[in-house]
Design a protein around this ligand. Structure first.
Ligand code: ADP
Ligand code: MG
Length: 326
């Protein structure tokens, strides 16, 4: 079962940034208003995520890390399903099978915190620990027991850049949450929680660069059960902009060809000096109209009514951009 856990880990845990993604998403699921990420050696030595969320009861700590699906794998078909869909409820189990793992938590309303550790596949019993309300997860020496994967880790700087990029995309999706990121003991990012539209724009400026707000157009348009909001970069000849494109569907970052096509078409009339437009856009629609479970680890979606979504995006953006040229 340890082997199966490690195979599963290969699906979900590709590199340090995949660990950070799963941990921060857990923190956000737990209602955190503050998430702190500490990294050492690009994540190869340490990944630690602390939050002030709801926490976990001592009795539930071992269950959170235990594998649910692997005990249910009975046939080749099951394994194939796992390989194509990945696990849900398996992220902690997977990472604890390929790293030295510890989780400390204090449940909301409790006086005491508890900690469990998993090393070499063995889980220690939960014991009392010091921790404010919320949860800390430490993942040390990622892939220490899977040499083929450890070897595939890239340079410290590269792995850290992946983590930084990931945190940017999460920070843009969740502007009401404070994020902090440090590398080798040095603070790299501090993004304070946004309280309103204005401070949300500040978050966008912090992440995409101070020039972005002046060079961008506010979008906010709703119709037929869909809402598109956010900011699109305007073409400017003078100042270079970062090539950053963020598109969220119901709060989840996606790369989608229907979306990409609509945006490209909307910008087609506007001169862009060979640059990709910068944008951060949020599409919100009835969850029934979109399937986000195409692949849990990838950022794909499938719209029920592709044509409708495409035309809504194209029209909204095209009208907004056309006005700036009039
Ligand atoms: P999933 O998130 O898909 O349920 P995970 O393996 O990521 O699977 O987490 C297992 C469980 O552990 C979660 O369902 C949640 O109950 C608990 N958990 C994990 N991280 C946290 C956290 N930061 N705060 C509170 N509970 C957590
Ligand atoms: Mg999770």
């Amino acid at each position: 079962s340890d082997l199966i856990n490690q195979i599963a880990a290969g699906e979900v845990i590709e590199r340090p940034s995949s660990v950070v993604k799963e941990l921060v998403e857990n923190s956000l699921d737990a209602g955190a208003t503050r998430v702190e990420v500490d990294i050492e050696l690009g994540g190869a030595r340490l990944i630690r995520v602390r939050d002030d969320g709801d926490g976990i009861a001592a009795d539930d700590l071992p269950l959170a890390v235990a594998s649910h699906a692997t005990s249910k794998i009975g046939s080749f078909d099951d394994l194939e399903h796992v390989a194509s869909m990945g696990f849900r409820g398996e992220a902690l189990a997977s990472m604890s099978s390929v790293a030295r793992f510890a989780m400390t938590s204090r449940l909301r309303g409790q006086d005491n915190a508890f900690r469990i550790e998993v090393d070499s596949g063995r889980m220690q019993a939960a014991r009392p620990a010091q921790h404010p309300q919320g949860t800390s997860v430490e993942v040390r020496d990622l892939f220490y027991n899977v040499p083929a994967r450890r070897k595939f880790l890239r340079a410290e700087r590269t792995e850290f850049a992946h983590i930084d990029d990931l945190l940017k995309s999460l920070a843009l999706a969740r502007s009401k949450v404070e994020f902090r990121l440090s590398h080798n003991g040095k603070s790299v990012r501090v993004w304070k929680a946004a309280r309103d539209d204005q401070s949300m724009l500040m978050r966008v400026a912090e992440v995409l660069g101070d020039d972005f707000p002046q060079q961008s157009l506010r979008i906010d348009h709703a119709t037929a059960g869909m809402r598109l909001s956010g900011w699109v970069g305007l073409p400017t000849a003078s100042r270079p902009q970062a090539d950053s494109q963020y598109f969220y569907v119901n709060g989840r970052l996606v790369r989608d060809r229907v979306v990409a096509h609509a945006v490209r078409q909307a910008y087609a009339d506007v001169l862009f000096h060979g640059r990709h437009p910068v944008f951060v856009l949020y599409l919100d629609l009835d969850p029934v109209g979109v399937d986000v479970n195409v692949h849990p680890a990838k950022s794909e979606v499938r719209f029920r009514e592709q044509r409708l979504v495409h035309d809504f995006l194209f029209r909204t953006l095209h009208e907004a951009l056309a006005e700036t040229r009039a």
